[in-house]
Each structure stands twice: as structure tokens, then as C-alpha cells.
Design a binder for this molecule. Structure first.
Ligand code: DOR
Ligand code: ZN
Length: 347
């Protein structure tokens, strides 16, 4: 047996949904994570500070007694978002970031931004006050191949935006390409990137080889192996600009296993086991804490968690349920396709 003690981690990109799904999945996060940046792509989306305050209360009501968990709220950027509302949310401490979904990029993104010029007054205000923008970095124009969406977004949207507003702090969320990693590394300031657990483990073969595997489908879609290796190198490097955002995104099985399945992979329950495996494979167990627990708070200007968790490597594989049962229906758990030996020791 081998133990690894790290500061309690945070998840800097998480989908908790609402209602029965929220009640079914929240414990898988609050068991291990102290805080999470909660995505606002509900139906309807979390657009105003009133929406965010109400959603925060619903999340807190669903946290199991005994768990201490702080949801960090985000607002969904629309072309009609009011800069004063955003600023008031930031000043009150409720709002930790604003999320940019290009319209049509992913699940529930139809109210997102079509023309970024229309969102400029909000973005200018955010740059002024120091409120970070979280971006789903993919273009949605039909002429761009789905595997190129991230690289084209960097060139045609992100880089021009950074030139126009160099003071705007931007989190490039769920980076999936070497292009994304390289772009972040080239920048001197005000840009960081989150990386998911699953993009460190799967490449696009997982989705397509031997039949279509809907439970490996997410957005941005997993890319070819060279990109996965670049993500692994970035995550395990200790570079403060890269941190964990699981993008754990539960959908009930019938909505995944159908002719037009939803994007999203559910990893909250086994993320830390998977990450310890990956970091050990890369000879970087000593950098897991930076990725999961230190770099994120540094970027978001929040204190590191005082508590620690212990990860233990067992002699026999650790088992997770294949599915999490929720009031909304069953949710399939991410299968990394290798046995897991590390698990969090429950206190
Ligand atoms: O795979 C994904 N699922 N990517 C996203 O960007 C959204 C998420 C969801 O909400 O299901
Ligand atoms: Zn997401």
C-alpha cells in the first residue's frame, strides 16, 4: 500500500444539472472536492445574478449532511447580458466567472453568443473589474471540421479577443489539443487552461473503434493521440497555468444511447482514482496536487483548501459502479478501460 496526501482538490469545471439529477450526482463531487465552478447551461440557462443565487441555494440544499462543499457560481453570457448585473454579482462575491458558449457549440448552448461584438460591453467591464471569462473554445461554423474547431477558435476568436482586451482574464476550458496547450504556454499573462480527466485518458479511437461508443462522446470531442500526449505533458508539468476541470457532465443513458446522443462524460465519482493512475504513469505523482488542488485557486485568486485528502494505492483493483442511479434515470460512469488501484481514503 502506498499513500499520497494532497490538499483537498477543487473542480474548476463541473455540470451539476438540477432537480433529480442534481440530487443524484452532487455527492460524487462533494465527497472529494471542496469547491467547484458550476456550469450555467441549465434549461433555461443561469443568466442573471438572481438565477445564480437561486441555483446556488438548490445546490446547497442537495449537498449531503456532513459534506462541506462550496459551489462557485458562473453566469451564462448572452448577447443581452447586462454589464451592471455582472459587476454586482462579482462585487457581492456570488459570481466567480462568466461563461462564453458560442451558440450551438454544445449542450444547451442555443442562447449563447453568435456575434461576440454584441457581448463586448460585458467583456470590457469584466476586464476592468478582473472577473474571469470561461470559454468553450470551439467555433461552430459548419465549414469547419469538428476536429479543427478548437484550433480555429484560437485563431479567429480567442487571439483577436485577447488582443482587443489584454486585461481580460480568460480560462480556456477543457483544452483538447496541442494547439490549445501551445497557445496557453506562449502567452505571458491572463490566460490559463483547464483539462478534463477523460481527455488525459482517451483519444478519438475510444469513440469510434469497434462500434460507436456514446459514453466516450463529449465536446470538445477527443482528438488524436498526439493531442492526448500534449495534454498529459501539460497537466503533469506542474505549470501553474494548467489545472483540473473535470467537465463531468451527466446525461441519463437513454439520452446518450440513441441516434443523436448527447455530449458528456460522467467522471465525478472516479476522477481522483483516474488522475492518480495517470500521474503515476507519467512519473509525476508529486505534481498531482499542483494540478488538482493548487493551480486552480491561484488562478481564481482563492485560498488553497486547508484540509487534505489521502489517496491510497491498493493491491487489488478498486471497483466503481458501472452506473449511478438518479431520480432522473441511470447515468453511466466513465470507464477508463484499465483497472484502477488508487482511491480516496474516506475520512
Ligand atoms: O461534453 C460536454 N457536455 N461538453 C460540454 O461542453 C457540455 C457538456 C454538457 O452540458 O453536457
Ligand atoms: Zn462543460
Amino acid at each position: 500500500m502506498q499513500d499520497l496526501v494532497i490538499r483537498r482538490p477543487d473542480d474548476w469545471h463541473l455540470h451539476l444539472r438540477d432537480g433529480g439529477m442534481l440530487r443524484g450526482v452532487i455527492a460524487d463531487t462533494s465527497r472529494h472536492f471542496a469547491r467547484a465552478i458550476v456550469m450555467p447551461n441549465l434549461v433555461p440557462p443561469v443568466v442573471t445574478i438572481a438565477d445564480a443565487a437561486a441555483y446556488r441555494e438548490r445546490i446547497l440544499a442537495a449537498v449531503p449532511a456532513g459534506d462541506r462543499f462550496e459551489p462557485l457560481m458562473t453566469l451564462y453570457l448572452t448577447e443581452g447580458t447586462d454589464p451592471d448585473d455582472v459587476e454586482a454579482g462579482f462585487r457581492s462575491g456570488l459570481v466567480k466567472a462568466v461563461k462564453l458558449y458560442p451558440a450551438g457549440a454544445t449542450t444547451n448552448s442555443s442562447s449563447g453568443v453568435r456575434d461576440i461584438a454584441k457581448a463586448m460591453p460585458v467583456l470590457e467591464r469584466m476586464a476592468e473589474i478582473g472577473l474571469p471569462l470561461c470559454v468553450h473554445g470551439e467555433v461552430t461554423t459548419p465549414d469547419v471540421d469538428i476536429f479543427d474547431r478548437e484550433a480555429v477558435f484560437i485563431e479567429t476568436v480567442l487571439d483577436p479577443l485577447r488582443r482587443r482586451l489584454p486585461d481580460l482574464r480568460i480560462t480556456m476550458e477543457h483544452v483538447t489539443t496541442k494547439d490549445g496547450v501551445d497557445y496557453i504556454k506562449e502567452q505571458a499573462a491572463n490566460l490559463a487552461g483547464s483539462i478534463t480527466t477523460h481527455h488525459l485518458i482517451i483519444n478519438r479511437n475510444a469513440i469510434l473503434v469497434g462500434g460507436i461508443k456514446p459514453h466516450y462522446y463529449c465536446l470538445p470531442v477527443a482528438k488524436r493521440e498526439s493531442h492526448r500526449l500534449a495534454l498529459r505533458a501539460a497537466a503533469t508539468s506542474g505549470d501553474v497555468r494548467f489545472f483540473l476541470g473535470t467537465d463531468s457532465a451527466p446525461h441519463v443513458d437513454p439520452l446518450k444511447e440513441c441516434a443523436c446522443g448527447c455530449a458528456g462524460i460522467y467522471t465525478s465519482i472516479n476522477t481522483l482514482s483516474c488522475l492518480a493512475h495517470v500521474f503515476e504513469e507519467e512519473g509525476a505523482l508529486d505534481r498531482l496536487e499542483a494540478f488538482a488542488s493548487l493551480n486552480g485557486p491561484a488562478w481564481y485568486g482563492l485560498p488553497v483548501n486547508a484540509e487534505t485528502i489521502t489517496l491510497r494505492k491498493h493491491a487489488e483493483p478498486v471497483r466503481y459502479p458501472a452506473k449511478v442511479e438518479t431520480e432522473a434515470g441511470p447515468v453511466t460512469v466513465f470507464d477508463p478501460m484499465f483497472p484502477l488501484y488508487w482511491a480516496v481514503v474516506q475520512s
